[in-house]
Structures are given as C-alpha cells and as structure tokens.
Design a protein around this ligand. Sequence first.
Ligand code: GDP
Length: 431
Amino acid sequence: LPVLAVIGRPNVGKSTLVNRILGHREAVVEDTPGVTRDRVFYEANWAGRDFMLVDTGGWEDKVEGIAYRVAEQAELAIGLADAVMFVVDANVGITHTDEQLVKVLRRSQKPVLLVANKVDDQRGELEAAALWNLGLGEPHPVSALHGRGSGDVLDRILEILPEEGQTRAKPSGPRRVALIGRPNVGKSSLLNKLARENRVVVDSTAGTTRDPVDEVIELDGREWTFVDTAGIRRRIRQSEGADFFASIRTQAALDRAEVAVVLLEATEPISTQDLKIIDMVLESGRALVLAFNKWDLLDEERRAQLEWEIEKDLSHVRWAPRVNISALTGRHTDKLVPALDLALESWDTRIPTARLNAFLGALVAAHPHPLRGGKQPRILFATQARTRPPRFVIFASGFLEHGYRRFIERRLREDFSFDGSPVEISVRVRE
Ligand code: GDP
C-alpha cells in the first residue's frame, strides 16, 4: 500500500488528525502525557482507496521543543513514505521548528500536502493563508477536532499518493536484504565483516537506482543490496526513545527489503524485543532468515539451553532457515547466501492453479473439515493470488475453522517448499 507520513511539531494536532482520517476506528490519542504508543502504522481508507498512515505523534512527548530531533525523526518517517502530510498549527503560525521541517521536506523531494490545523471557523482561514510563506504551496485549512475541511484534505491526499502497485520496487537488480536485530547483536560487525572480505560495489549497476543509505556487496559472485546500512552504521543514541527509533528504522528497512536477516544473540536468552522484531517481519510479509550471532562465545551448556529456547519461543517461525554465525571470526558467514537464496526462492514461488487444486482435493478427501452444525464446509476452488509472499485464496462453501486453515498451511509447506517465506491463506465463503 502507498504510505503517507504525518509530520509536524509537537502539539499541532497530528494524532487528532490521524484519528479523524481513521474515522475513530482506533483510539490514537492518549490523555496521559508521556505515554508512548507502540503503533505507528495504521491502515486507512478513503473513497475506496487503501493507504498506510505513519503517525509520528507517538514520540513527541520526549522531544518537545528540540527542533533538530523533531527534524531527525521526521526525516525517518519521510524516508519511508510515498507522500507527506505536513501539519502546522494555524493559530501559532510558522515557528523555527516548522522551518527546519520544511528544509527536510525539500531535501526529500516527496510530494507534500500542507495542512493548517486548528482552523475551527472561517476567521481562522485568514491565519491559515499566512502559511503560504512556508513555500510549500497552498495551505489546506482543517479542524482535526471538529472535522471541518477534513474531507477536502482526504481528497487531496489521494491526489498526491501513488496508486497501489506503483509503490512496489521493480524486482530487477540485486536482491534487497534488511539486516535487523536489537542493538548490540552484531549488525554492524557482520556488515563490516562482509564488506571487508568481499567486494563492495561502488559503481552503480546498470538499470538500477541506488539509495545512498544502501550498500551493495558481492557475495558468492552475485550482488546483494543491504538496505539502510546507514541506519546500522549511524548508531542509535542510547537515550530515551531509542527503542522507538530502532523500531522505526527496522520498519523502514523492511519496507524496502525483500528478505530480512534477523540477527539474534546466541549468548543471551531470546527476548521479547527479538520476538517483536520477528513479528514485524511477519507483518511485513518479507522472507525471513534467522542468524544466531556470537557463536564463538558459546559453550555446550548454553548451546543446549538455546536449542530449548528456540523450540519454545520460535516454533511459529520453524520454517525460517537458520544459520549459526560469528561476525567476529567469520564462522559460517558463507552460509548466509544459501539461506537467503532458499528464502527468496520460496518467497517467489508460484504454484500453478491445477496443481494447487489437485493437492487440496486430495488433502480434503483424506482429511475432511469437521462438521459444523451438521454441515460440511467444502473447499470449492483455490488459487494463488500473488507471490512475494505467496498468498492463497480458498473459496469454500462454509466458514473454515482456524485450526483447519493452519492444517492446510502446514501441509502446503510440507508438499511445496516454502522455507523462509511467510504463507498467507485467505478464505472466501460462498454460501
Ligand atoms: P549492533 O548494535 O547490532 O550493530 O552491534 P555491534 O556490531 O556494534 O556489536 C556489539 C558488540 O558485540 C561489539 O562489542 C562487537 O564487537 C560484539 N560482537 C559482534 N559480533 C560478535 C561475535 O560474533 N562474537 C563476539 N564475541 N562479539 C561480537
């Protein structure tokens, strides 16, 4: 989906506006100041079109009044968006921070919609007109609180957002890898190791555009793009809000990648943060490789403990290829490429419809769905709607139980190779 970032300095009413756009389906605004929200991405719809909203309101309590940090955070959000909604408080007028943000917006060259918020009545529109001085074109007056003007703003948003489909990068060129994991797992060490021992491609490959934050490294005779390596190299300051920064960076990297290498620390217990990062990969629909780092530090006891933890905590991603590496010594780093290849191949897999239906027909005959209210939900037809990741649509004569869907997914995975890729199954019921 196309992505719209909502940026602006603290207290201009970004979250209220996001609420307005979402139609109050989500409670975004917290009453308690200082409460940070986890969610940053929201799915929105207007006039039949879906798009994603990135709300940057969640971190503002921690950075209020510090212009450069607001700008830095906005830059992250803008980087991963297709278009930007820049919110200014019409009652306050243009501040220094707003001017800083305008600079960031200019640099990004993304389409911008300037919104003058808190215009609750006609009088406010005069104040809104003063925002022409920002040099971002026409200011669109709105009252996020009362809804005044919000329909117009939504119409404008649709005009500046690209249609779905145009946002997906072309599959040509080197495959794109996101190296992610919590701080200190060894991301930058691994990147350095790979860059030192392999050819770093500096000349741009014909027909591909390179983002300056990426790095292209030749592994096994092929070029691979490691996305957002700048985010890895520029270490996150260990301050309040660092987790939030990290999760935005992870999301940004995932957005641009095809496959994620989640780095985990073999020497330490699998943490909730690790699981959250894996969840982000699953939600993004990217292919997944698990890499356990710092293997050089492992003793027998920890190794056994780790296997047990993996069994316990990572059973839901049992299908992900796993490599045990040491970024320090280089142990098994050559196993990364085969794992990436496997995951990407699964991610690209397309099962012909006839084969899919033959498979499901046999499966359902041998293992029918349990009776529901005396009726037998039957699978009528199935097709693979898309790849990257594979998504299957099953047409059924009745609702299919969750457990049965899981069973189908498991058998699909067993019969066709989907190692390293999420598999989505949706069911359409035709009564
Ligand atoms: P990042 O925050 O994920 O980029 O982590 P770094 O690459 O900065 O690594 C954090 C610390 O772990 C550094 O002190 C590294 O030297 C150390 N480290 C990284 N990989 C390994 C490894 O494979 N073995 C050992 N023993 N130390 C490692």
